[in-house]
Write a protein that binds this ligand. Structure first.
Ligand code: 5GP
Ligand code: ZN
Length: 113
């Protein structure tokens, strides 16, 4: 989608601090980090949010979580980490392209605000 920020980041039209890339995914550091490690994982294809995922997206989602596990291991997130995907207005989603926040290297409170 031409006017989607994360589509433009995935296409390299908007610069990002890239952590990992393959044919399906891009991982890059969040511009406004909420933890010592805070990166985003996005599918390269445009998906509005987790609300429109279907059973057919299962391989993509498996790849997302396997990639997150690999990256967290490489980054030494030995104390654990949190994966969050915000959905819609009440979920606090500001960019309407599916993305997974990965936060690590501090103790994270629960429940969220
Ligand atoms: P959401 O609020 O939609 O769950 O998360 C969007 C995230 O994208 C926010 O944490 C925000 O800091 C991040 N973000 C917004 N614009 C940019 C950008 O241009 N580059 C990067 N790296 N992160 C961005
Ligand atoms: Zn998009």
């Amino acid at each position: 989608m031409a006017d989607c920020l994360f589509c433009n980041i995935a296409a390299g039209k908007v610069p990002s601090n890239k952590l990992y890339e393959d044919d399906q995914l891009l991982a890059f550091y969040d511009l406004n980090p909420q933890a010592p490690v805070h990166f985003l994982v996005i599918p390269k294809k445009h998906i509005d949010s987790a609300a429109v995922l279907t059973e057919e997206d299962a391989p993509l989602l498996g790849h997302v979580f396997a990639t997150i596990a690999k990256l967290c291991k490489e980054l030494g997130c030995d104390g654990g980490y949190r994966v969050v995907t915000n959905v819609g207005e009440d979920g606090g989603q500001s960019v309407k392209h599916l993305h997974f926040h990965v936060l690590a290297k501090r103790s994270l409170a629960w429940p969220p605000g």
